[in-house]
Ligand binder design. Structure first.
Ligand SMILES: *Cc1c(COP(=O)(O)O)cnc(C)c1O
Length: 384
């Protein structure tokens, strides 16, 4: 399913803007749901990938639950119509106010990342006369072999509770009157295309469950987080991620206990391919060594290339030229890292052409900022 850009409409839109292919989002959600039919699996959409209200609406309509990492995301989820009991709340640095918000809305679960946090949740729940559901986030010490900034499951990482301290944390949680320990939570990294780390995670969870079985302790849920990647190099060839292969890995390798539910927190894989950043070409500058396309979008609109050396396929969606050239595509921001691509092969490009930076639905619009006193990008949808 190829994204078709409505060029005639785009020509009248102020640039830069995000364009979301709602048909592709719906097809992605359909495929995801078809893979978890008949198994006790539940998917929470990770709002941090994209909090655009229109996108949240589609995801809520599809019946997914939601994963938040801040109080602001809880507010956005509630505004989009998600109920408190659909919300999982993760994050290493939850403030008292954010915890209070979660307790007030009787959220499904706090994913707890440290012992001191556990104590604060217990205290805040007590003052409100409530019992908060919690899962302990375990750092499983698995190398997801992804970019160092987006690997989260190694023991030297800031996330989660180390395996050595897990028994103590479980005992502590079980002894507290105002928290209810319902599960264990894991998240090993992002943009994973190889399923081997997930298989290793399943084995680690099986060991842990055996260990706790022997101690007579069982959990209502296991939450394996998110991280399934998308094909940034071929958005039209692979518009929908390999959900089947991903879920099959868990079906094959993870031994759920009777009545136990397996929860997932997927972000990028749900929204990544449905979004593109559309920019207008301001100037084409022919240097002595390189040709530059200077567009009106910058790292303030899409920071992934500057932040993670990420590459988004760039397409000239208005050129009809049959000749191609190599270009560097850069933005207007006063930073050398404000560059989308080097040596990108594009048809001969001119001032006024429109460039689509593909696969920008996840960690794109949500990370936009106003550096250089710029406006935030607007968004348009295939179904307005
Ligand atoms: C970021 C994050 C996710 C979502 O990750 P994706 O790679 O977008 O699927 C899920 N769970 C937690 C705890 C996260 O921090």
């Amino acid at each position: 399913m190829k994204t078709i850009f409505p060029i005639n409409i785009f020509k009248h839109c102020a640039t830069p803007f995000y364009y979301y292919d709602i048909d592709l989002l719906r097809a992605t959600l359909q495929e995801l749901k078809s893979c978890i039919k008949g198994v006790p699996y539940k998917v929470h959409y990770a709002v941090k990938a994209n909090a655009n209200p229109r996108i949240l609406h589609e995801i809520k309509e599809a019946g997914l639950s939601i994963d938040c990492v801040s109080g602001g995301e809880i507010v956005a989820a509630l505004a989009a119509g998600f109920k408190g009991d659909a919300i999982a709340f993760a994050g290493v640095g939850k403030t008292d106010h954010e915890i209070g918000l979660g307790v007030n809305h009787d959220i499904f679960c706090f994913n707890v990342e440290s012992l001191p946090e556990l104590e604060v949740i217990n205290e805040i729940a007590a003052t409100k006369g409530k019992v908060a559901n919690i899962a302990l986030r375990v750092n499983p010490n698995i190398d997801a072999h992804t970019h160092e900034y987006i690997t989260t499951g190694l023991s030297e990482n800031k996330f989660g509770i180390n395996l050595e301290q897990l028994d103590k944390a479980v005992d502590k949680a079980m002894s507290m009157p105002d928290v209810n320990l319902i599960g264990l939570h894991f998240h090993i990294g992002s943009q994973l295309l190889d399923f081997k780390p997930y298989e290793m995670l399943c084995n680690r969870i099986n060991e842990l469950q055996d260990h706790f079985d022997a101690r007579g302790i069982s959990f209502k849920i296991i939450n394996v987080g998110g991280g399934l990647g998308i094909d940034y190099d071929d958005p039209d060839g692979n518009p929908i991620p390999d959900f089947k292969g991903y879920f099959d890995t868990f079906k094959q390798h993870l031994k759920l206990r009777p009545g136990q539910e397996l929860h997932f927190e997927l972000g990028r894989s749900i929204v990544g391919q449905c979004g593109s950043l559309i920019a207008r070409v301001l100037y084409v500058k022919n240097g002595t060594k390189r040709n530059f396309i200077i567009v009106d979008a910058g790292m303030t609109d899409l920071i992934r290339p500057a932040l993670y050396q990420a590459h988004h396929v760039a397409e000239n969606i208005t050129s009809t030229s049959t000749e191609t050239e190599l270009y560097d595509i850069v933005g207007p921001i006063c930073e050398s890292s404000d560059k989308f691509a080097s040596d990108e092969k594009l048809p001969s490009t001119h001032r006024g052409d429109l460039i689509a930076l593909r696969s920008a639905g996840a960690y794109g619009e949500v990370m936009a900022m106003q550096y250089n006193c710029r406006n935030l990008p607007k968004s348009h949808f295939s179904h307005d």
